[in-house]
Design a protein around this ligand. Structure first.
Ligand SMILES: [Zn+2]
Length: 389
């Protein structure tokens, strides 16, 4: 056992003394606890004027709880006008502080709380009172990290997410930036460069619900995406104005249904698998036989096909055979060596290979059923079947 008066052997302030017994007595602060201890120790040693160390001489806190105003100013400088509703406080104390506190608390029965815990709570209360913002553990807009040893603060701003759908009217544009060409237009850069400016963020990423090939247009109801903007100064801004600006930019990309989103929608959008409807312009070496092609289309509709990973993507995807269902294939028209068909197919079907057969790696294929080679000249996604329309 210990004598309370042994606390007087350490250089502790009233608050840090109270914190040694933080789990005794609910609803009172460590400062109040310290005051009771001061009184009890005074009685024990027969000195009614006994007092603990001043905070600045305290061997644990070194007076950090009296520096809230300075810390507040440091944090506000870092926030630099960024918009936020919720925040969280974290802190770093020196190893020496942590170890000293643990040793003292162990001596007195290990019923204390850590200085970190009290600091985060108390500075959080102070910060909330001064800013009117809400302290939140759950996905805060801002995470404030105070270094109590060297007196500096860092602020991490949560990304802002914007959900939408895009249409792409060009046959020379990749979806995202770095893979194909770092400098040219991409769906990501056309959308992101506008939104990042509205948010005054530092960078952006487009998370798409799948992707179309560079040379495939994305029409109809558009492809879903979530755009992430890092370090945004503004978390709310005029998405209607941003939509108009993107759509008027003449870059061949349009967005629709933009709205602010949560981070979990990134994975939701990425995991979605929807059937798609394609409009394909196909070409043959010789004039297309309408009857034969029409029969081939009918033959393919409603079938399962087996697609081994196409050679053109084999470097990026594992080599395996996928089964895909082809719902419908309609011949729209024939003109000389060309024909237009509309295909409804399961998510993940390689349409170019469905038509050309990929050297026998896709079976059956339209070429095989038609009886001579067919290739896709132009391909558009005209609908993504999300069950909303
Ligand atoms: Zn202290």
């Amino acid at each position: 056992m210990f004598q309370l008066s042994e606390l007087a052997n350490y250089h502790l302030c009233k608050r840090c003394s109270g914190r040694v017994f933080a789990y005794h007595g609910h609803g009172i602060s460590n400062l109040d606890r310290g005051e009771y201890l001061r009184f009890a120790i005074g009685c024990e040693i027969g000195d009614p004027d006994f007092s603990f160390s001043d905070p600045e001489n305290c061997q644990v806190c070194h007076g950090i709880f009296d520096r809230f105003e300075d810390l507040y100013d440091l944090v506000m400088k870092k926030i630099d006008g960024a918009q936020y509703k919720t925040f969280l406080v974290g802190s770093v104390f020196s190893e020496d502080t942590i170890r000293t506190e643990e040793e003292i608390q162990k001596r007195f029965g290990s019923t204390g709380e850590s200085i970190k815990k009290e600091f985060n709570r108390e500075f959080g209360k102070y910060f909330s009172a001064r800013t009117g913002k809400e302290y939140s553990q759950d996905n805060p807009d801002l995470t404030i990290m105070v270094n109590a040893e060297y007196l500096f603060a860092e602020v991490k701003i949560r990304s802002v997410y914007i959900y939408g759908k895009y249409r792409k009217f060009r046959r020379d544009m990749p979806q995202t930036r770095w893979i194909h060409r770092p400098d040219g237009d991409t769906v990501e850069s056309v959308i992101g460069s506008v939104l990042v400016r509205y948010a005054e963020g530092t960078n952006y990423y487009l998370h798409g619900s799948g992707r179309e090939d560079v040379d495939v247009r994305m029409l109809g109801n558009g492809r879903e995406f979530v755009l992430e903007i890092e370090n945004p100064k503004y978390r709310e801004f005029d998405l209607r104005a941003a939509t108009l600006e993107i759509n008027a930019s003449g870059n061949g990309v349009e967005v629709l249904d933009l709205r602010f989103a949560e981070r979990n929608e990134v994975s939701e959008v990425k995991l979605e698998k929807h059937n798609k409807v394609y409009d394909a312009l196909i070409v043959s070496d010789s004039p297309v036989d309408e009857k034969r092609l029409s029969d081939a289309c009918l033959n393919l509709a409603g079938k399962n096909i087996y697609q081994r990973t196409p050679l053109r993507v084999a470097q990026r995807r594992s080599d395996l055979v996928r089964t895909r269902h082809i719902d419908q294939v309609d011949l729209v028209g024939v003109s000389g060596n060309e024909a237009e068909i509309v295909i409804s197919a399961e998510a993940g079907t390689y349409i170019k290979e469905l038509v050309n057969g990929d050297g026998g790696r896709t079976k059956p294929s339209l070429s095989e059923l038609y009886g001579s080679p067919l290739n896709i000249k132009e391909l558009d996604v005209i609908k993504i079947c999300r069950g909303e329309d």
